[in-house]
Design a protein around this ligand. Structure first.
Ligand SMILES: [Zn+2]
Length: 83
């Protein structure tokens, strides 16, 4: 149980029962991963994922792994925004 001096982790702990997303997400080595969605597809197979259901900007991610993480984060954001 770590606590961030800035309260960031304390805040995220409110989302109990959320999907078991690993708190440590490895940085993707693909430079084009995370390219803003308003730009052309950076490379074949990249998947565009919306930042959240609230209309947060979308980004291009690697298929499967990064796209899944991005979707999970968008879901968490949606839950957190409900309050
Ligand atoms: Zn990636």
């Amino acid at each position: 149980m770590e606590r961030d001096a800035h309260g960031h982790f304390a805040t995220s702990k409110k989302t109990k029962g959320a999907l078991p997303v690993s708190p440590v997400i490895e940085v993707c080595r693909n430079d084009s991963c995370g390219t803003p969605g308003n730009q052309p597809r950076p490379s074949d197979g990249m998947v565009k994922v919306a930042g959240s259901a609230d209309g947060a900007s979308s980004h291009w991610y690697c298929p499967v792994r990064c796209a899944s993480i991005a979707r999970a984060k968008a879901d968490l954001r949606k839950i957190g925004a409900r309050r």
